[in-house]
Design a protein around this ligand. Structure first.
Ligand SMILES: [Zn+2]
Length: 100
């Protein structure tokens, strides 16, 4: 979804390559090669995108990830209570500052 245009680009590129292959290769081989490209190309692309997303996710998880609220401690600005989470469990205030 992120690289949708890139995916379309690759799809058209593989289409062009498959047409070229059918010109170069005799009938059954050209068709087979074209089908192989059409099947292999999205698989390779998806696997590469997945690995990239997984890599960036694990990298960002420690610094800017979704679990930031549970790992970063806060100091309540009202009662100075240290806590984890969205709001202070003692006074219920959501005014806080990050406490590293
Ligand atoms: Zn508080």
């Amino acid at each position: 979804m992120i690289n949708y245009k890139m995916y379309l680009g690759f799809l058209f590129a593989s289409l062009a390559v498959s047409i070229g292959l059918q010109m170069v290769l005799p009938f059954p081989w050209g068709l087979g090669a074209a089908l192989a490209i059409f099947i292999a190309f999205p698989l390779v692309l998806r696997r590469r995108m997945m690995s990239r997303m997984r890599g960036s996710g694990s990298f960002g998880g420690g610094l800017f990830g979704m679990n930031q609220e549970t790992t970063v401690k806060y100091s309540c600005l009202v009662c100075n209570n240290r806590f984890k989470g969205r709001e202070c469990p003692r006074c219920g205030s959501s005014s806080k500052r990050a406490d590293f």
